[in-house]
Ligand binder design. Structure first.
Ligand code: FUC
Length: 814
């Protein structure tokens, strides 16, 4: 080990060894016909899908506070009275009756408001002659979508980006020949909006969000488009701006709504849109683009990833996806990984809304599943890459949503269950509803708040920010408080369980078709995590309360994880698992990922049981399910299987017969189907997890490297404890490891090869320290196990005393 000062030259050499990333562009040789072929740009709030059509261009627009309805609640207070009876029915094994009663008494008929499209900008080009030399790209290094073509002796170019610093979408159109640019611009929406051009030549679209489930639409929205041209003329005709014989044109698109917060829609959409437009329109295209690049690249450039054998590939991105599974196009892996980071930077910015089911991009008035927040996996998955791929600030909108749910969820806890603390069920929307939705089979899951609350402590583990931890401690404690009140003793073992609940959206067997149950494994794992994290946070922050003593006692009474009759990790409290079940949710494996209750080194029998369950579940599934499985196979330390899942996910969703399956659209959007952004984020997180893990008592380098990824490098990954890691490998073995410590303290490193470096000592695995503490679940209960412990590759474990701001270099021991 050497300090940064004494090793300047070495580090310099080290960095030069991290060769340039492969080409970071998505490319196509024809315009998009479908929405899932168009290219997304976004600044967290304003989204656009660019089709790149040189005749009739469409730019579909989103503003992420445009939702149907208005502030409302969806609690059914009748639940409180029915709760004891529902529990009794469950404990008596009368699941059908229990589920019926839940359906009658727990639901409000309001299942959430849809996120809505704002509309479309149409650019109708008036040139004659056929198009040649067409290309369409999305450059992830600049976050600019570019369309180029030639026609009638002129070369045309259109660039589109969504600027965070200036809060507008900017389009630059240019022609190589003077006066060759002729087009009209107009705005439209399926319904609920009108468009006009005002006296200042600004094109407007204004309207109101839809009514839904008896809730009147009250979001007012406004889009304003201003054009500035060089050369030629700009005129208006009816609802259009007409640009004639210009050399170039810049279009500034501003959008806003009256939304201020989940309980306040007193804003002024028109004034807000106008203020952004006026300020941006004073700036030149070059100036706006520079500001955009500086802002965007501050996030994007933190991580560089290269697979060494990856050769430049000139094929279009859709062809690359089509051939990925049987080809050798390793460069598509970094591109897809970085596309996930691109999507998070473009859909989740501090001060705004978290990324919803489609991020911020939705084409309809009523998108599938309302494009809302499904918090029994999908929303959490959106944020899995946020810390590990060095985008910590972008986690903030989710944290803010959790803060808001902890406010609305108090009333739900009190009114529906007579409990203190706060609760959320399996969905929420921009109005932060916390009651159950849809019906019992899917919705009777009072654990959405418990899962989301994990993000509070996880963020602290990466950043070590105690001020942040202090600010969110009441939310975490509020979640623990609800769970403590809601736990009930089940009669058979005297365990404390969550009831009624479900193992998300799954039921055991066709002759046991009800999902409603007690003590599902994932619930037990979530309670364990909320309680242990609350206790750890209370120690760090020096908090005391009666609740802390109570949850400490409850921890001893939770059900253990159980290994069932075919050696599987049981999904339910009883040994009901069907070995032929290939359901997309793998909820009981939450303990393996994203949680760290199951470990090859600490709980080898559970590790083996989790593997047995995952093998039985199979690989191919919905998009997000495959994204989850990439992470799970990485945690099972099986890089080849994780890569197989990436190959399954990077397969065209749309089949020759037009049917769709779980996979990837040609614009690299993940397909459930339909498009859901969670799968993109899940797979990006999974790739990071294959290269480095930090949840299990150490930074484990290259824990699940596939054989095919022989040579490569990645810089800027984040590990728990405030460490930043650069890694280079060759012939499937680590070559250099650079660790930069932000917080100082002990860094523990795990590797399949022996390592060397100044100050590096072999780990005694003595008392667990700081960020490398791991949970200590109860011993599993085992019924007739067919598998016991895994065959593991030997690992070498080291410790390094680090200082804040210093970088340490480790290399393989000869
Ligand atoms: C959950 C999943 C579905 C889908 C929906 C948005 O209900 O079970 O597969 O992802 O969320």
């Amino acid at each position: 080990m050497m300090s940064i000062k004494s090793t300047f030259i070495l580090i310099f050499l080290g960095i030069s060894a991290y060769a340039q990333q492969p080409d970071m562009s998505l490319r196509y040789d024809e315009p998009a016909k479908l929405w899932v072929e168009a290219l997304p740009v976004g600044n967290g709030r304003l989204g656009a899908m660019v089709y790149g059509d040189p005749d009739h261009e469409t730019i579909q627009l989103n503003e992420n506070t445009l939702w149907a309805g208005q502030p409302y609640r969806n609690d059914n207070p009748q639940a409180k009275e029915a709760l004891p009876q529902v529990r009794q029915l469950i404990f008596d094994g009368k699941y059908a009756e229990a589920q019926d009663l839940v359906n009658q008494k727990f639901f409000s008929g309001k299942s959430g408001m849809p996120y809505q499209t704002l509309g479309k900008l149409h650019l109708d080009f008036k040139n004659v002659g056929s198009v040649t030399g067409y290309s369409r790209t999305l450059d992830l290094e600049t976050a600019v979508a570019t369309t180029s073509w030639s026609r009638d002796g002129a070369d045309y170019k259109m660039e589109v980006f969504s600027s965070f610093p200036d809060q507008v979408i900017v389009i630059q159109l240019s022609a190589s020949k003077a006066g060759a640019l002729n087009f009209s611009a107009s705005l439209s929406r399926q319904e609920g909006a009108t468009s006009f051009v005002d006296a200042e030549n600004i094109l407007h679209l204004e309207g109101t969000g839809s009514d839904h489930e008896g809730i009147e639409g009250a979001i007012k929205f406004e889009a304003q488009v201003k054009a500035k041209t060089t050369g030629g003329s700009l005129l208006q005709s009816e609802k259009k701006l007409e640009v004639s014989q210009a050399d170039s044109a810049t279009l500034y698109i501003s959008m806003a709504t009256n939304f201020k917060s989940y309980n306040d829609i007193g804003g002024d959409a028109n004034a807000k849109a106008m203020a952004f437009l006026e300020s941006a329109a004073q700036k030149s295209y070059t100036y706006l683009k520079e500001a955009h690049l500086k802002d965007y690249q501050n996030y994007f450039n933190r991580v560089q990833f290269k697979l060494g054998e990856a050769k430049p590939n000139s094929a279009t991105t859709d062809e690359r996806v089509a051939h990925f599974k049987d080809g050798n196009d390793l460069a598509l892996v970094p591109l897809y990984f970085q596309f996930g980071r691109y999507l998070l930077i473009s859909s989740s910015r501090p001060g705004g809304q978290p990324a919803n089911l489609q991020g911020i991009w939705a084409n309809d008035l009523k998108p599938v599943w309302d494009s809302k927040y499904t918090i029994n996996i999908n929303t959490e998955m959106n944020y899995w890459p946020s810390e590990s791929t060095n985008l910590s600030e972008l986690h903030e909108p989710l944290i803010q949503m959790i803060r808001e749910l902890s406010e609305t969820g108090q009333e739900t806890a009190r009114e529906m269950y007579g409990a203190s603390g706060w609760v959320a069920h399996h969905n929420t929307d921009i109005w932060r509803i916390t009651g159950p939705v849809d019906a019992a089979f899917w919705g009777m899951w009072p654990m959405g708040g418990a899962w989301l609350s994990q993000h509070l402590f996880d963020k602290y583990e990466y950043t070590g920010d105690t001020q942040f931890l202090d600010s969110v401690y009441p939310i975490l404690e509020g979640s623990a408080r609800f769970l403590q009140d809601f736990l009930v003793e089940e009669p058979e073992h005297g365990w404390l369980v969550i009831a009624p609940s479900i193992s998300p959206e799954n039921a055991p067997y066709s002759d046991h078709p009800e999902s409603v149950t007690a003590g599902a494994t994932m619930d037990n794992q979530l309670v364990f995590d909320v309680f242990t994290k609350t206790l750890r946070a209370s120690k760090i922050l020096n908090k005391k309360s009666d609740l802390l003593d109570e949850i400490e006692a409850s921890l001893q009474r939770l059900p253990p994880m159980q290994i069932g009759k075919w050696g599987q990790l049981q999904e339910w409290m009883y040994d009901w698992d069907n070995p032929k079940d290939n359901h997309r949710h793998v909820s009981h494996l939450y303990g393996l990922y994203p949680s760290n209750q199951i470990s090859p080194y600490r709980t080898p029998q559970l590790f083996e049981a989790a593997k047995t369950s995952l093998v039985a579940r199979g690989d191919e599934s919905t998009g997000w399910s495959m994204g989850w499985k990439v992470n799970l196979w990485a945690r099972l330390l099986d890089g080849n299987h994780a890569y197989k899942l990436i190959q399954d996910q990077l397969t065209p969703s749309i089949q020759p017969d037009g049917k769709q399956k779980g996979g990837t659209y040609s614009n690299l959007f993940d397909a459930h189907p339909p498009f859901q952004i969670d799968g993109n984020f899940g797979c990006t997180a999974g790739i990071a997890e294959m290269l480095m893990q930090s949840h299990d008592g150490a930074i484990h380098i290259l824990p699940a490297l596939p054989d095919a990824w022989k040579t490569g490098s990645i810089t800027g990954l984040k590990a728990r404890g405030g460490f930043e890691v650069n890694l280079e490998w060759e012939a499937n073995k680590a070559k250099t490891l650079e660790i930069t410590s932000a917080l100082g303290g002990v860094c523990r490193v795990r590797s399949y090869q022996p390592l060397q470096g100044e100050g590096l000592i072999e780990s005694k695995k003595a008392a667990e320290t700081g960020f490398f503490q791991t949970p200590n679940p109860k011993e599993p209960l085992i019924t007739n196990p067919t598998a016991s412990t895994p065959d593991l590759i030997t690992v070498f474990e080291y410790e390094l005393q680090t200082e804040p701001g210093e970088t340490y270099i480790l290399t393989p021991k000869n």
